[in-house]
Design a protein around this ligand. Structure first.
Ligand code: NAD
Length: 250
């Protein structure tokens, strides 16, 4: 599929990776729509793009809100060719915190919150968009932003499980819907230099990490864009989980 002229829907497009992808794809002449929970980020994105990116306030963990927002978008005449499931939260917490004086076991609330943001959201948005593509007999590509944590990362039970779920859905849907002209891929970033990564890691942790990464640096946002572009443009690619991590998981 060619990027120029394609219609792209990006979740969580108000910050970090999602925002970069939205702006980069718009610059390559795609028509870009964003679903973003943070209303202020929606306004900011619309203004920064001179109104060329349509940003809707939408919490993608809430199925009723997702359904209503997507219907409103479809009613404007927007028919998506590409969906990028990017919205998500990063969360670290040990299964059992032996140093805690109170509850030692991983919070049930944070487990549910992460599964909801990182896995349920992908299911809610993709099912509606795929239904629309099938009803309109259109081809399409779904890219979900996973993580190398899907391989199992100590201290990240919920996040690792949710991202492994994203990879499983990607492969399942690739097999289930390939015959109908739909392609699915996941991009699994390592550590990308975004505000959320910088907020989560101390300077010392970044320095230690850089020594472990074969390419000796955090990834840049352009590397994720190049992976997304490859997935969109290569019509024989489906079911793939593309790791973009500077060699960290080798
Ligand atoms: P970020 O926090 O900078 O941006 C995420 C955006 O998604 C924010 O604008 C946020 O408001 C929005 N969002 C969160 N929950 C939402 C919801 N329920 N509904 C709608 N919007 C919502 O994060 P980022 O670093 O750009 O990460 C984006 C994605 O990439 C996430 O899925 C994350 O797990 C994944 N990822 C990031 C890295 C990294 O190094 N930054 C590494 C691996 C995977």
């Amino acid at each position: 599929m060619k990027i120029a002229g394609s219609r792209v829907l990006v979740t969580g497009g108000g910050s970090g990776i999602g925002r970069f992808l939205a702006e980069r794809l718009e610059a390559e002449s795609a028509e870009v729509w964003v679903l973003e929970a943070d209303a202020a980020r929606c306004t900011e994105l619309r203004e920064a793009s001179g109104g060329r990116i349509n940003a809707y306030t939408c919490d993608v963990t809430d199925p009723a809100t997702v359904d209503a927002t997507l219907q409103a978008i479809f009613d404007t005449g927007f028919e998506p060719d590409v969906l990028i499931n990017n919205a998500g939260i990063i969360h670290s917490e040990p299964l059992v915190n032996m140093l805690s004086r109170g509850e030692r076991v991983h919070s049930r609330e944070s487990w549910r919150r992460v599964m909801s943001a990182d896995l349920d959201s992908v299911f809610f948005v993709t099912s509606r968009v795929v239904d629309r593509l099938l009803a309109k007999r259109r081809k399409g590509v779904v890219i979900s932003i996973s993580s190398i944590s899907a391989n199992g990362n100590p201290g990240q039970s919920a996040y690792s499980a949710a991202k492994a779920g994203v990879n499983a859905l990607t492969r399942t849907w690739a097999k289930e819907l390939g015959g109908l002209g739909l392609r699915f891929a996941a991009i699994a970033p390592g550590f990308i230099d975004t505000p959320s990564t910088r907020a989560a890691l101390s300077e010392a942790a970044v320095t230690r990490l850089q020594q472990q990464i074969p390419l000796r640096r955090l990834g840049d946002l352009e590397s994720i864009y190049l992976a997304a572009r490859h997935v969109i443009e290569n019509d024989y690619l489906t079911g793939t989980v593309l790791e973009v991590d500077g060699g960290l998981v080798i």
